[in-house]
Design a protein around this ligand. Structure first.
Ligand code: BES
Ligand code: MN
Ligand code: ZN
Length: 493
């Protein structure tokens, strides 16, 4: 998608669609007033008949029949003025974008950014909303869909002096959105394509394109390194596990890196502790953490952020088989700690524990892991927030703030030592599953045993990685959650 920035009278541009935001408490919005006049009072009458009142994310499309140069006007509700935030703007832009896509619009102009104060955050919110709202994943269709993609977006700013800054902000967003789209693509690929080796190939090509170093550890080396958690989870699958290492040097040598770790289970059948059949197809998204890590590495490198960053992805497929790991097995993890397996479906923590241990060798400033780790997190927080737990309040707070800024909200759950009671094993250092109570927290407690004294935060994206219905800038399917969050956090490091 090409993005342009112009200044000038919005009502004088010939375009397929002019996207305009409306507040519920309209006040004296000059543009809406002029548009209403050009359309012979159409907007006022829509409002009077309560067909379009400016309710947040409500969209209406009007053919202009030659009354203004734009072929159609797409009005989108911004809600109440005093409730306005950049996230609300991002959502409104996303809602408008979905309407544009449904109507097959390929060229549009918008003034939505002016409602955001035409500052950098407002520009970015509009670009993100529109770019991400028009996403779809169509590569497995052999007959093309009837929708055309939005090819060109023009942001109209109020004065010429704002053009340069707006261009900079929009090109930054375009880079970030490109990475969110990459993450969505990776998650959307079916499990028969997106295998551990496929993830590794993707990481290599992202690295080659963006000047990152990438090292892929294969099954033999995983065994030699003693990464037995990862090895055991992968044992039931014909697809051998991989351990992917991506490195970006943006701050010069000697500066301690941040390490980001993503759960890369390319399909989670549950293994011998098999999941129920209903909805099992969705669990191809169990590598959403890995997708976000690979995509965030790409974004950070393209933006040339001044940070040293390492991305780690333990990738495996969790399957039942004669060779599969099974309940009752005891696994010696890379750290030396032993784990009794009481549920092979608690596999995410088994691959993550080795990655978290491996991360220590970088003497990192901080470790952040992202994982579709527990169904319990979906039960607790739904799709509105990812869960966050960690051992460092300052790190947690910084991530929460990045969550507010990006709309990828985080909600903290407690991580008291007492939760470890549930993880006691009769024969090993710990069990891998603590049962149904506080499942999100006991999973995080398990991970905490492998980070030593390093500052660490764990983000459970089980509820946020996949959008069930489709809303605003999140079309149905993979959300790419975590990419914008990580980039925003890393900009502040
Ligand atoms: N990947 C799942 C968690 C999950 C479930 C994510 C549904 C998204 C949607 C994870 O590996 C898992 O199976 N967790 C178990 C843990 C339990 C066995 C302690 C769960 O949530 O049931
Ligand atoms: Mn599982
Ligand atoms: Zn899983």
């Amino acid at each position: 998608m090409q993005i342009k920035v112009f200044s000038g009278d919005p009502l004088e541009f010939a375009t397929q669609a002019l996207v305009v935001g409306c507040f519920e408490d309209i006040g004296d919005d000059k543009l809406v007033g002029r548009l209403d006049k050009s359309l012979h009072g159409a907007l006022a009458s829509l409002r009077n008949r309560k067909e379009f009142t400016g309710k947040h994310n409500k969209v209406i499309e009007l053919k202009t029949l030659g009354n203004v140069p734009a072929e159609r006007v797409v009005l989108v509700g911004l809600g109440k003025r005093k409730e306005f935030t950049h996230e609300r703007l991002r959502q409104a832009a996303g809602a408008a974008a979905r309407a544009l896509k449904a109507s097959g619009v390929s060229i549009c102009h918008t003034v939505l950014n002016q409602q955001g104060g035409d500052n950098s955050a407002g520009i970015r919110a509009v670009v993100e909303g529109i770019n991400l709202g028009t996403y779809s994943f169509d590569i497995y269709r052999t007959s093309p869909r009837e929708v055309t993609d939005l090819a060109e977006l023009t942001l109209l700013v109020e004065s010429r002096s704002q053009i340069k800054a707006a261009e900079e902000s929009s090109s930054e967003s375009r880079i970030v959105c490109g990475s969110v789209r990459l993450a969505r693509d990776l998650v959307s690929h079916p499990g028969n394509i997106a295998t551990p080796s496929f993830l590794a190939e993707q990481a290599i090509s992202v690295s080659n394109r963006n000047g990152l170093t990438c090292h892929v550890i294969d099954c033999d080396e995983i065994e030699r390194l003693g990464m037995n958690g990862l090895l055991h989870v992968g044992k039931g699958s014909i697809q051998a596990p991989r351990f992917i290492i991506m490195e970006y040097n943006g701050a010069g040598s000697g500066i301690r890196p941040v390490v980001i770790v993503g759960k890369g289970i390319t399909f989670d059948s549950g293994g011998i502790s098999l999941k129920p059949r209903e909805g099992m197809e969705r669990i191809k998204d169990d590598m959403a953490g890995a997708a976000s890590v690979i995509a965030a590495m790409q974004a950070v490198a393209t933006l040339r952020l001044k940070v040293n960053l390492v991305g780690l992805v333990p990738a495996a497929e969790n399957m039942p088989d004669g060779r599969a790991y099974k309940p009752g097995d005891v696994v010696k993890t890379m750290s030396g700690k032993t784990v009794e397996i009481n549920n092979t479906d608690a596999e995410g923590r088994m691959v993550l524990c080795d990655a978290l241990h491996y991360a220590q060798r970088y003497k990192p400033k901080a470790i952040i892991d992202l994982a579709t780790l527990t169904g319990a997190c979906l039960v607790a927080l739904g799709a509105e927030a990812s869960g966050i737990m960690g051992n460092d309040p300052i790190l947690t707070r910084a991530l929460k703030m990045a969550g507010e800024a990006t709309g990828e909200r985080l909600w903290e759950l407690p991580l008291w030592d007492e939760y470890g009671e549930a993880m006691k094993s009769d024969i090993a250092d710990m069990k891998n599953s603590g049962g149904s109570h506080a499942g999100t927290v006991t999973a995080a407690w398990f991970l905490k045993q492998f980070v030593g004294k390093t500052r660490w935060a764990h983000i459970d994206i089980a509820g946020t990685a996949w959008e069930e219905k489709g809303r605003h800038y999140l079309p149905k399917g993979a959300t790419g959650v975590g990419v914008r969050l990580l980039v925003e956090y890393l900009k502040g490091v």
